[in-house]
Design a protein around this ligand. Structure first.
Ligand code: ZN
Length: 592
């Protein structure tokens, strides 16, 4: 180990062909050289470490090569090429404008421009970070750029193209360098590792490539760092420790909790991650990417494109199978929203936590995978005999998520004796309804094959239409309506928010079939709206009137109060659900 050369230098490409990840651009440059269509000024723009200076050097070497190859690459053997490779060529001048940005710096460069080359045809002036030049330096450079000698070629490189003044920009041929794809970086790192005899895990290289954010120079320097840190073996564990990257494992645990709708656990995992010193923004963008990766892994074809080691890919594929597309779309949307709002948020932690809560609620939406869908739809026919099991609700794609979930639980867990005590006439009615159902089932069975092909959805519509016929247009009083309203509220157990709303605000008849509920807040209105289909279905059934309709209105003196501050909203929510206060206290949440 006599002289250690960093990998970024040791493996710096010496021909256009060996430049990684910029094929379109290097091909264009080669074609320009082949057609002798050289401009006097080029602007290479793009992120750091993607090969701008490297390409500028290869370009300078290639146009001066005395014996270029058939495909217009430098020969790397002639006198000029060797001088270039040994960094003693007089035909290339590099100025780093980040540290040499005065008028004097640019003047001394301009002075050299007049001197023609000794060997080779062109003198190439590379000005790195050209946007850093002072205004005065820019101005004096502009004159040279307007009338350059025939042998002079300028290559300006910048990471910030928008800072280049238009007068300069208009005199340059512009080449935009891309971030290098993760896959390209990984395979180059694999190549370097092989040359250096370093053992690697592909997950580890993948993390390095992600961390380098499309820059090969950074990727190689992280690679070197890790090699010296681990003594020659690049493992996934070593890399995430060295780079302070969050283990995939956390994202898997988090998404498992989210899929189960387990709010408490997901908040605990978040707490754990924050305690390990990870930035909120980093976490939320990690969650976004995690869901995106899951989406990619839903399809075996796209899963192939997912650049990780086989073991991790298997994990992703397995988890992806548990997620419906609609869940993933919404999850990506929610986490992305949080990502966007994060910087501006005054209470970042609360924003993160709210996002997790919302994510947890997603899993309760009935519009899930097919299996879930069946669960919510199936009970309609066989269970049309109990109030909770009355979800003519499936059309409501977005009921308060909680409600839907509990309804499902109720369906499966609660036997009939747990029916609400409110209806004395219930048994009789039930019998009657069962009879109707039996009749209907028989007639359906009678229709045979053709009916079997009708989808579940259609069946629902049929039933909904029948509801009016079946329930009739029985007249009822406001008191009867209120009694039915209250008895529905009494059936609610875990849906505290809806239950409280329904107990607080009673319906008022506006006409024979139309009633109104006047509430105080937008929140209350929301609960009722979200559950209106289930509520109405219950009322229609109980009051034997299929035409009952509900409107929800916010009381006018309250309407003025809007918009509520976050504090007011929170207090309102606590009032209706004291458990929230407990949650807030337990996790030390704060509203700003
Ligand atoms: Zn040559």
């Amino acid at each position: 180990m006599d002289t250690y050369i960093v990998s970024a230098r040791k493996y710096r490409p010496s021909t256009f062909r060996s430049v990684i990840g910029q094929e379109a651009l290097t091909t264009t440059l080669k074609n320009a050289i082949a057609g002798s269509k050289l401009a006097h000024a080029y602007l290479f723009s793009g992120p750091r470490g993607v090969g701008k200076t490297t390409c500028a050097r290869i370009f300078a070497k290639t146009i001066n090569c005395l014996n270029p190859t058939a495909d217009n690459e430098a020969c790397n053997a002639c006198e000029s090429c060797v001088a270039f490779n040994e960094q003693r060529s007089y035909n290339i001048h590099e100025l780093d404008a980040a540290s040499n940005n005065s008028v004097d710096d640019i003047r001394s460069l301009i002075d050299q421009v007049r001197v023609p080359p000794q060997i080779g045809k062109y003198k190439v002036y590379i000005i790195d970070e050209v946007h850093m030049l002072s205004q005065a330096a820019f101005n004096s450079f502009l004159k040279t750029l307007e009338e350059p000698p025939a042998h002079a070629i300028f290559i300006l490189a910048t990471t910030e193209k928008h800072k280049i003044i238009p007068t300069i920009l208009s005199r340059c041929q512009v080449y935009d360098f891309n971030r290098i794809h993760i896959g390209d970086i990984v395979s180059h790192l694999e190549y370097v590792a092989q040359e250096e005899g370093v053992k690697t895990e592909v997950e580890a290289l993948n993390i390095i490539a992600q961390k380098a954010d499309g820059g090969m120079r950074d990727a190689l320097s992280i690679f070197d760092q890790t090699v010296s840190y681990t003594g020659g073996e690049i493992t996934y564990q070593a890399v995430i420790e060295n780079l302070n990257v969050l283990d995939y494992e956390y994202y898997f645990r988090l998404s498992e909790a989210i899929l189960k709708g387990d709010v408490v656990n997901s908040l605990l995992i978040l707490n754990d991650i924050l305690n390990r010193g990870f930035e909120g923004q980093y976490i939320v963008s990690g969650i976004s990417s995690h869901f995106r990766d899951l989406l990619v892994c839903k399809d075996p074809a796209t899963a192939e494109l997912f650049q990780v080691g086989a073991s991790i890919r298997e994990k992703y594929i397995a988890m992806a199978q548990q997620c419906s597309n609609s869940f993933l779309y919404r999850a990506i949307e929610l986490s992305n929203e949080c990502d966007l709002n994060y910087r501006l948020s005054k209470n970042k932690r609360l924003l993160l936590e709210l996002t997790l809560i919302k994510l947890c609620q997603l899993t309760a939406v009935p519009d899930m995978g097919n299996e879930e869908k069946k669960k919510t739809i199936e009970p309609i026919v066989p269970h049309k005999n109990g109030p909770q099991t009355e979800p003519a609700a499936p059309p409501s794609r977005k009921p308060a998520e909680e409600t839907a979930k509990h309804q499902r639980e109720n369906n499966t867990e609660q036997p009939e004796e747990e029916e609400p005590p409110h209806t004395e006439s219930q048994p009789a009615k039930e019998l009657e309804k069962r009879a109707t159902l039996k009749r209907r089932n028989v007639s359906m069975a009678g229709m045979g094959v053709s009916l079997a092909s009708i989808s579940m959805q259609k069946e629902e519509t049929v039933l909904a239409k029948e509801e009016v016929q079946q329930n009739g247009t029985n007249l009822f009083t406001e008191n009867e309506l209120i009694t039915a309203w209250k008895s529905y509220a009494a059936t609610l157990k875990e849906e505290v928010l809806l239950k409280n709303t329904m107990s607080l605000y009673l319906p008022r008849m506006l006409s024979d079939v139309l009633f109104e509920v006047e509430v105080n807040t937008e929140l209350n209105k929301q609960y009722l709206t979200d559950n209106s289909l289930v509520i109405l279905s219950f009322l229609r059934d109980t009051l034997q009137n299929g035409e009952i309709t509900m409107t929800i209105r916010i009381a006018e003196d309250n309407a003025i109060k809007k918009p509520l501050t976050s504090h007011e909203i929170f207090e309102e929510m606590v009032q209706q659900n004291p458990a929230l206060q407990k949650l807030s206290d337990e996790f030390g949440l704060e509203l700003s």
